[in-house]
Ligand binder design. Structure first.
Ligand code: BOM
Length: 141
């Protein structure tokens, strides 16, 4: 659900600042991670892809080839309130998006495409949070 996704986003987003420098992601492109879900935010910058890899690696969510580690991702999501209702859905959506862009060799380029695909599909499935929803839980993490 969107509620659960707001918790995951609030927690995951904490790693953004640790990754800005190595990813080369400026605050002009993305100031706070919650804005990833904004209607106005376009998921297009290669540097965001690099940042998502860095952030995910801090939580051991990826394999060495940067594809999502299914078991670790399921465990991570299940730790949030009602996480078990979102975990399988979320991993399925990401894995489906990974398949669609498997031909892109550059890890950062591929990951930003996967993230844009995931955002679009999460909206279609009604599990994308509003930025305001993320704001209400950000203080918990
Ligand atoms: O192969 C691609 C691996 C990277 C996947 C990251 C996609 C998800 C991105 C954006 C949104 C995040 C919200 C919550 C955290 C999920 C881990």
């Amino acid at each position: 659900t969107a509620e659960v996704m707001s918790h995951v986003t609030a927690h995951f987003g904490k790693a953004l600042d640790e990754c800005r420098e190595e990813a080369g992601l400026s605050t002009d492109v993305l100031d706070e991670f919650k804005n990833f879900w904004s209607e106005d935010f376009e998921v297009v910058h290669r540097e965001l892809g690099c940042a998502l890899i860095c952030m995910s690696n801090k939580l051991s969510l990826l394999h060495d080839d940067t594809r999502v580690h299914r078991v670790n991702m399921l465990d991570y999501i299940k730790n949030f309130p009602n996480g078990e209702v979102l975990s399988e859905k979320m991993v399925t959506l990401i894995k489906n998006c990974e398949k669609q862009f498997d031909n892109i060799k550059d890890d950062c380029d591929r990951t930003v495409k996967v993230a844009a695909c995931f955002k679009a599909d999460a909206k279609k499935e009604g599990i994308a949070p509003e930025v305001a929803m993320v704001e209400t839980v950000i203080e918990l993490y």
